[in-house]
Design a protein around this ligand. Structure first.
Ligand code: GTP
Length: 409
């Protein structure tokens, strides 16, 4: 058995929801639980014994990813290659366009495809075994979400006996199913032929409007092809696709704030799978990662669910809960940081409180303006003795009074 993995990483235009943090690095390299967001995907792929190569397909500038790819490839001992789309091809367009590159070496029998903006335990071997058992061209990993949130996602209807995908509806207006698409797939090479045929049909149906597939937008520019709407929707119920029911944690990482919730999920997972990377100590509560180069005063109480990056300085009596503190940030004595992300080289003054109001619902954009993670862009500074609550602070901004529920430009 030989395997390859493809991670669909999109490009910079999609990173706007990660502002102000995407101003410094591409969204997919933003640290979640101490590692760049897609490191978690790559690590899971590297553990599949038959994995030959991991391909990242997207439209970032190559130099933005070069160092990360080199270091990660070395660290995890797996070949990683970036394929630049040059222009946006869509989630299916890129895969299909580069099929010869994907299939040209190592003769892969299984091809994993992962969205970069999801967080889960990536049970790839189980997914592969399931895919082989049901012998269809493609297997989609599905998970259950609460009924009221299901229409935010690609909804799946599957045959409970045969595991076949019977119906796929992308963000339907009315309730279809609480089993949703995780953005993690296993393909056989034959799926590229199926995709090719589906695309020919799609192009034909684009001219002769065919009401069988109402989710497919008619007469749109077909230079981009979407895996969900253009491929899975018409193929559902044709015996082509299986659905693997995944029971573990899953969440989308759609904006900077959601990385705090995803970090919590990964840290819980690490507590079971690699507890040695979590910090222990009298001043530590729950799951915490502290970079060895950070200086944390022993009277500071840290956790649960905190990451403290390299060269951070944390003063006396500081309290940090549910937060991400990035490299070289300074948190002065007696400050308090809760549900927040402090960008690179930012600063929190003496006795200052920086606080977000958590919103654990999986909606991409909360309707509730009074809820959200507080985010400091790089180099932002909060003076002493102020309160910053539920705010987004642009890079290098200096705050000299208290703020709440604001974007501070
Ligand atoms: P939204 O709710 O609108 O964000 O849609 P979604 O959750 O279905 O996500 P989307 O289909 O936009 O993206 C899924 C994954 O594919 C993400 O990791 C994107 O970065 C990636 N992606 C999206 N469009 C493209 C594309 O044109 N090319 C490549 N290579 N990747 C893409």
């Amino acid at each position: 058995m030989t395997s390859k993995a493809i991670i669909l990483i999109g490009g910079p235009s999609k990173g706007t929801r990660f502002r102000p943090l995407s101003l410094d690095i591409p969204k997919l390299l933003f640290p979640v639980a101490g590692k760049p967001m897609i490191y978690h995907h790559i690590e899971a792929c590297s553990k599949v014994p038959s994995m030959k190569e991991i391909l990242l397909i997207g439209f970032f500038k190559e130099e933005q990813l070069k160092d990360f790819i080199q270091q990660t490839s070395k660290q995890l001992n797996v070949p990683i290659r970036y394929i630049n789309e040059e222009k946006v091809l869509g989630t299916a367009g890129g895969l299909y366009h580069f099929r010869d590159i994907i299939l040209s070496s190592d003769n892969p029998e299984s091809i994993f495809v992962l969205h970069s903006d999801v967080c889960c335990s990536f049970p790839l071997e189980e997914l592969q075994q399931f895919h082989q058992k049901y012998k269809r061209h493609c297997t989609i990993m599905g998970t259950q979400v609460a009924k009221e949130y299901a229409n935010q996602y690609g909804c799946l209807v599957r045959d409970e006996n045969t595991a076949e995908l019977l119906h796929f509806a992308e963000k339907p207006e009315t309730f279809v199913s609480s089993l949703i698409n995780c953005g993690v797939y296993c393909f056989s090479p034959s799926f590229f032929d199926v995709m090719g045929k589906t695309m020919v049909d799609l192009r034909a149906s684009n001219v002769n409007i065919n009401s069988d597939y109402p989710e497919i937008t008619r007469n749109r520019n077909l230079e981009t092809l979407r895996l969900e709407q253009d491929i899975f929707v018409p193929l559902a119920g044709t015996g082509t696709i299986s659905v693997f029911p995944y029971q573990g944690f899953w969440r989308q990482i759609k904006n900077a704030g959601s990385s705090v919730y995803c970090q919590e999920l990964y840290l819980n997972h690490y507590a079971k799978t690699k507890p040695e990377i979590l910090k222990k100590g009298d001043n530590i509560i729950g799951n915490v990662i502290i970079d060895p180069s950070a200086e944390v005063d022993p009277t500071a109480i840290i956790g649960p669910d905190v990451y403290i990056g390299p060269n951070v300085k944390v003063g006396k009596g500081v309290r940090i809960i549910h937060s991400i503190v990035l490299d070289s940030t300074i948190i002065k004595d007696h400050a308090c940081v809760i549900y927040s992300i402090l960008g690179w080289s930012s600063e929190v003054g003496l006795w200052t409180r920086v606080e977000g109001i958590p919103n654990y619902t999986p909606f991409l954009y909360s309707q509730e303006k009074r809820k959200g993670i507080t985010i400091f862009g790089s180099g932002a500074q909060a003076n002493g003795e102020i309160i910053v609550r539920n705010c987004i602070v642009m890079p290098h901004k200096q705050l000299d009074r208290s703020y709440s529920n604001e974007i501070i430009l």
